[in-house]
Write a protein that binds this ligand. Structure first.
Ligand code: 6R9
Length: 571
């Protein structure tokens, strides 16, 4: 299980991706692999950036190759060594992909952090991640790092991408000066494909965040799924809207498109529905990878009935991070002229595992089927770490699990071997998500095992309830939670935000309860409906059900990981 033996697996998509990534002598360095495009098509645009003021700038593969090599030299000068971390604390910017690739070329482990984190979650994560260097901007340094500098003995150096003149002292360096003074020659460390490349932090339900380790082998799955699911090729202009701090921001926001040789589109402005629609059009985006939350906000700003959007180059639209409800898919078909493809994966899986692929005609609202090479199962957990695997050929509901042998499978939770082992049983990786498989073999999201509601002896997936509420024309978003109840253990409670044109009222609450009851039955239908102007989200767009629950129960937030997620909103 822990030795990832995918290279011997007979999956042509993986073999061809690996053949493309590997050096002639067999090693794989994802930072260096991108240079192959610089050799083959040096003038091809690698990155196209739309600045907040609307100006557009371009970087060729030749320039990207040269600049990331210089960054690798610079990072080595300040102490980055193979296996050490390069913490990257940056907003959406052209610097982000350059720093990720430069760190990889130097043999370092790229460890992105959300720029919206406050000082505390940053210190916690660097404490978990261990020794390395930190790259950030001058403004973020002043606000987030300077106040906690004394708590960060793990940092060998801090590098500013935009240091004001004369700002370097006391272990703080100016990246441009470092570049000017470092070597020019090739700089790429030969890394074995099992060498660590990425470190991503995810918060669980309890305790400290987990640091998920990925090796350079992740590139094999990223290339294979980039081609198969996103249909990416060398002529595409690909826009991944993910925040750089989220796993999607590195995997598909940097690596997949650049390994494939596409043009990466970056918009440095914060989310705004009209701005994003403009970006789709003016950057002539052909493949767009975004989140249901962003799509629902755009849908709110531009509901059905208004003229369709003018994004004529758009060929593929895909979504990740949260369930994609059928209403959004329908909106996309009319307004974008595209069937939005859902994709399911996790920080731990490293790459897309289940998707609506071009070939498969899966039902709207379903996540689709396992991607080529991946084998999915539904399981029930039994005592003593044992599991019961449900018949793969039948419709069923259970915890989603995968044969633990795909290239992008995570290699460890840093320093937590027991926690890592507890995610596996019988050669399967257990995801912690509940899913349903229908008779056609499509997978439907049911909810997180942790968020499941126990009511009158039934286990209810939060999303099963939310999906039905969102099908009502008044509801924009919904969060279903369990609240303590003397008779049924937990009662289902829903908090909803409304679409434009609808106002909260007792009558609407009654109507929504009736709507849910008619479709879900008495056990699953929410007993209470509460209205909220907006539901709390993480930066990656996930509804924070634990926070919704704490608010509904009038509890103060005591869970550490929740506090950290909440601090994402203090920017
Ligand atoms: C890439 C990413 C993972 C969790 C995952 C699941 C939820 C992701 C989804 C989805 C429904 C989808 N999730 N994709 N739920 N439909 N298409 O999101 O990684 O931040 O680790 O989150 O997100 O619950 O377990 P990560």
């Amino acid at each position: 299980m822990e030795s990832n033996e995918f290279t011997r697996a007979n999956v042509p998509a993986w073999r061809s991706a690996r053949d493309w990534l590997a050096e002639p002598h067999g090693t794989v360095n994802l930072g260096a692999a991108i240079d192959r495009h610089a050799a083959l098509r040096p003038d091809q645009v690698a990155i196209k950036v739309r600045g907040a003021d609307g100006t557009v700038s371009k970087l060729s593969y030749r320039a990207l190759c040269a600049e990331t090599t210089r960054i690798a030299h610079a990072l080595r000068v300040v102490g980055l060594r193979p296996g050490l971390k390069a913490y990257i604390l940056l907003e959406r910017s052209v610097e982000f992909p350059k720093l990720v690739l430069g760190a990889l070329k130097a043999g370092g482990v790229a460890a992105p952090l959300f720029a919206a984190f406050g000082p505390d979650p940053i210190a916690t994560r660097i404490g978990v991640g261990g020794e390395g260097v930190l790259v950030t901007t001058h403004a973020l340094y002043r606000r987030k790092i300077a106040p906690i500098r004394a708590r960060l003995p793990q940092l060998r150096a801090i590098v500013l991408v935009d240091a004001p003149e004369g700002a370097w002292s006391d272990g703080v360096f100016d990246l441009n000066l470092l570049i000017a003074e470092s070597g020019e020659g090739p700089c790429s460390v030969d890394t074995d494909e099992s060498a660590p490349a990425l470190l991503h932090f995810t918060s669980g339900t309890t305790g400290t965040p987990k640091a998920v380790v990925h090796s350079h082998a992740i590139g094999v799955s990223l290339v294979a799924t980039g081609r198969e699911v996103l249909d990416l090729g060398g002529l595409d202009r690909f826009w991944c809207t993910a925040d750089p701090g989220w796993v999607t921001g590195t995997a598909y926001g940097v690596l997949a498109p650049l390994l494939i040789g596409a043009t990466l589109v970056i918009d440095t402005a914060p989310f705004d529905p009209q701005r994003w629609l403009d970006t789709l059009a003016c950057m002539r985006v052909s493949v767009w990878y975004t989140t249901p939350t962003a799509l629902r906000m755009i849908m709110r700003a531009r509901p059905l009935g208004q003229p369709p959007l003018e994004a004529t180059s758009l060929r593929v639209v895909a979504s990740v991070g949260e369930p994609l409800n059928a209403e959004v898919v329908e909106w996309g078909r009319t307004m974008l002229g595209q069937r939005i493809r859902d994709t399911w994966w996790q920080t731990e899986t490293g790459a897309i595992m289940i998707a609506n692929t071009p070939a498969g005609a899966s039902a709207d609202g379903s996540m689709g089927r396992p991607v080529i090479g991946v084998r999915a199962h539904l399981v029930r957990r039994l005592p003593l770490g044992l599991i019961h695997v449900l018949d793969d050929h039948e419709a069923a509901e259970g915890e989603l699990a995968f044969d633990a042998a795909w290239p992008a499978m995570f290699g460890a939770y840093l320093d937590q071997p027991a926690r890592y082992r507890s995610q596996f049983s019988n050669g399967l990786y257990l995801t912690g998500d509940l899913a349903r498989r229908d008779a056609r073999g499509d997978y439907w999201y049911v909810g997180r095992v942790d968020d499941a509601i126990q009511s009158s002896g039934h286990l209810i997936g939060a999303y099963e309830v939310e999906r039905v509420l969102m099908a009502h024309p008044a509801v924009a978003e919904a969060a279903a939670i369990g609240v303590p109840d003397d008779t049924c253990g937990e009662a289902v409670h829903a908090v909803v935000s409304l679409n434009a044109g609808y106002a909260a009222s007792d009558a609407l609450a009654t109507e929504l309860r009736g709507h849910a009851r008619a479709r879900l039955g008495a056990v699953m239908a929410p007993r209470h409906i509460e209205f909220s102007a907006e539901l709390p989200h993480t930066r990656s767009g996930k509804i924070m059900r634990r926070q919704v629950r704490a608010q509904a129960l009038g509890e103060s937030i005591v869970d550490l990981s929740m506090l950290e997620e909440a601090s994402l909103h203090e920017a």
